[in-house]
Ligand binder design. Sequence first.
Ligand SMILES: [Zn+2]
Length: 108
Amino acid sequence: MAQKMNAKCSICGTAYHVCSTCKSTKTLTPWRTIADTIDCYKIFTVVKQYTNKEITKDKAKEMLEKAVMPKELEPHIKAVVDEIMSNKTKSEKLAEKAEAKTKNNSEQ
Ligand SMILES: [Zn+2]
């Protein structure tokens, strides 16, 4: 029996198959009903938590960097991912801070 593509990944838009057993065992592998891969699900979780303001941009970026990005992203997901990934890293921020400090000192 051929597997029917009965689901679409909410993150990359890939059609995939979810068996009814998977659907009924939502508590065991809930991500199978949302995303086609665990990485897509990771991205979904980060995007969701970030847009709900449950995690900071720093944390979101850190989490996204651990996940494998699919080639394609749904436009609304991509917009959030791009926003998170454009965030400056901690070291970049520290460097900026140090620079500002030097500036302030020289102005005094
Ligand atoms: Zn996907």
